[in-house]
Design a protein around this ligand. Structure first.
Ligand SMILES: [Zn+2]
Ligand SMILES: [Zn+2]
Length: 142
């Protein structure tokens, strides 16, 4: 679905600022709110941080983007898989790759035995992506 249609579908107004935020979110890399703020401000000066932050949270709630726990705080990026998923996060470049399986699926029985009701969970895998690893190897060969 196109961005315009998604917004219409959710009853949201597609403002210039919202469009600028979504443009800054293009690409594989996940970014912090501050990085996105700097990028949006460079192209469209005048947006304030709390507006940007509110819009990011709104996009998370409507399922347009993913928020994940990065090595140094929350990271935001476009949502690429509509079903529930987790991410492998590169500690060097911030790229986040969606993982289709959820580890919670294996814990259902155990949680049931405990009589535990799950309200939320988070699971991220950290490491170094293929691009960064190749680059490191190039550097070390010199
Ligand atoms: Zn990387
Ligand atoms: Zn999960």
């Amino acid at each position: 679905m196109e961005i315009k249609e998604i917004f219409r579908d959710k009853g949201l107004r597609l403002t210039l600022q919202r469009r600028a935020i979504l443009e800054a979110l293009q690409g594989q890399g996940f970014k912090t709110a501050l990085e996105l703020f700097q990028e949006v401000n460079r192209l469209h000066p005048g947006i304030n941080f709390s507006t940007l932050y509110r819009n990011l949270e709104l996009f998370v709630q409507t399922g347009l983007i993913c928020r994940l726990k990065g090595p140094e705080g929350a990271l935001y990026g476009l949502r690429r898989i509509s079903k529930h998923h987790h991410h492998a996060v590169c500690k060097m470049c911030g790229a986040a790759y969606p993982l289709s399986r959820c580890p919670l699926e294996d814990m259902g029985e155990e949680l049931q035995r405990l009589g535990f009701t799950v309200t939320e969970h988070c699971f991220e895998v950290y490491g170094i992506c293929e691009n960064c690893r190749d680059h490191m190897e190039e550097v070390s060969r010199c």
